[in-house]
Design a protein around this ligand. Structure first.
Ligand SMILES: [Zn+2]
Length: 499
């Protein structure tokens, strides 16, 4: 039978990471704008999934359709949990499902690390106590993947540091703070002056940027307020942040409870009475959603726009001069910023592998054996399956190809037949393999032996057996474990070697 997914002779020029090139050349996946999972790739995904499901003792599939992240805090999810797990008899329990997620900023030159589509496995555990499963240790000991943990407000992400990863993290030099960059918090060095001064309108000709205004008025940008505009469902969002900081759209979306933001047009900005380039929330005429960074709320006597061409205001103070709908941390943390402990934040890149969310929600309750309502703990583990495979390839390969860990390899080995006469005698070997409980694929194609060996190596089969007329005449077979030396053994010994 022809195994769908040919080995490619040449490296793919557009893939810049060696391990990812091997994975594609080995015939596990086809990758361009789309991602095709070939039989070997699918077997690998299935085996990895089974390992994680065993680890969590999760046997029931409940397909929630979309990404669990999008429904985690929804009424729909909450109602389902409440209805199913309302009694001590129904817990502990675990269910799982797969879905595909789309990555709009994909980069296929990084192979499976940054593919457009990604298969996710979500395992949802429901219990009255939190079960700690050390996934980091599991990934390291079974797949040779070194991991780190980024923490943020009850959620956790296990990732592996990798220079060409798409994701950024900030780590503190002095304490164990480790966060996704887009969720990181930092010390904004907020300074508040004692005297609150009178507001003052000043002429600022040709000063459209924060830097120009700060220069002109001879103040640091950290003493200014800048406005950034978005729209959500056609409503204008007026975000204000200190001039030396930048808006973190991820945090902004979290505060607003939305998953999409659009940049506002000049027309929409003017409509609320703000003047682009000279905007501030002082004296605006129309209602809009005003959200200010805590750096603005806690600072005093700032320079802000006057909503008038070529004019700014000095000594603007929150509460006295303007109000808002939300005060929150909506600032981007950057490398070199201060950690709240005083240490310095350092940026690294990595590849996310597992997202862990713990929900301890008052709404989720069950009745215990004493008839009392008690809180349920819902923990959700979302596995980035394609990225896990990418990093298995990265950490388990050599110049000849993949070295797939035996526990998840699509086949335990390959039996290469070079027989020219007595081809049926391969059945004897197959029977021995079957009896050993191993699953082998047979390569009896009429190709040069060298090509067969190269293909077996690149695909990373854990064991390679070779049978030829000469070997068979001596009742011998060649055995080679991937990455080790080959040896010739008696066929009668094969069963023992396969155990
Ligand atoms: Zn720190």
């Amino acid at each position: 039978m022809h195994l769908i997914g040919k080995v490619l002779k040449e490296p793919k020029k557009d893939i810049i990471i060696a391990s990812q090139n091997i994975l594609i050349r080995a015939g596990y996946f086809v990758l361009d704008d789309k991602l095709i999972s070939l039989p070997l790739g699918n077997m690998l995904i299935k085996n990895i999934m089974e390992k994680f499901l065993q680890l969590f003792n999760s046997t029931q599939e409940v397909d929630m359709g979309i990404s669990v992240k999008k429904i985690l805090n929804s009424k729909f999810f909450s109602e389902f949990i409440k209805a199913e797990f309302n009694s001590h008899k129904s817990i502990p329990n675990s269910f799982y499902y797969n879905n595909n997620e789309t990555n709009d900023s994909y980069n296929t030159s990084k192979g499976l690390i940054s593919s457009r589509y990604e298969k996710m496995l979500h395992i949802i555990n429901i219990s009255d106590t939190f079960q700690q499963i050390e996934l980091s240790d599991y990934l390291l000991s079974n797949y040779n993947i070194k991991t780190m943990k980024a923490l943020h407000n009850g959620s956790e992400q296990i990732y592996t540091p990798f220079v060409l990863g798409d994701d950024k993290y900030l780590l503190c030099n002095d304490c164990d703070y480790n966060s996704r960059k887009d969720l990181a918090i930092f010390d904004k060095n907020i300074r508040r002056e004692h005297d609150i001064r009178e507001i003052e309108r000043v002429h600022t000709p040709a000063c459209k940027t924060i830097e120009e205004v700060a220069n002109y008025l001879n103040v640091p940008t950290s003493r200014t307020a800048k406005a950034v505009f978005y729209t959500v469902d056609n409503k204008l969002v007026f975000a204000v942040i200190r001039g030396d900081l930048d808006i973190n759209e991820m945090l902004l979306m979290q505060v607003l409870g939305v998953d999409k933001l659009e940049t506002a047009t000049e027309e929409q900005i003017i409509k609320v009475g703000a003047v682009p380039g000279y905007a501030s929330p002082v004296n605006i005429s129309e209602k809009c959603i005003i959200i200010i960074d805590d750096s603005i709320a806690q600072s005093s006597n700032l320079v802000a726009g006057a909503n008038e061409l070529e004019y700014h205001l000095k000594n603007v103070n929150f509460d006295r001069d303007f109000n808002c709908d939300y005060i929150a941390n909506i600032a981007v943390a950057r490398e070199g910023d201060r950690c709240v402990c005083g240490g310095e934040l350092k940026e690294i890149t990595g590849v996310p592998l597992v997202d862990i969310d713990i929900i301890e929600n008052d709404k989720h309750r069950y009745i215990n054996t004493m008839g009392k309502p008690r809180q349920l703990i819902v923990s959700v583990n979302s596995f980035h399956l394609h990225k896990i495979i990418a990093m298995i390839a990265e950490n388990n390969h050599d110049e000849h190809g993949l070295i797939i860990p035996e526990s998840i390899a699509p086949f335990d080995g390959i039996l290469i037949s070079l027989l020219k006469t007595d081809k049926d005698r391969i059945d004897e070997i197959n029977q021995i393999i079957d009896k050993s409980g191993k699953k082998f694929i047979v390569d009896d194609r009429k190709l040069k032996p060298g090509i067969k060996f190269i293909e077996a190596d690149i695909r990373g089969y854990p064991i390679r057996l070779i049978i030829s007329d000469k070997l068979l005449s001596n009742n011998e077979i060649e055995i080679k474990y991937r990455g080790a030396e080959r040896s010739v053994i008696k066929i009668s010994e094969l069963k023992r070697f396969l155990k």
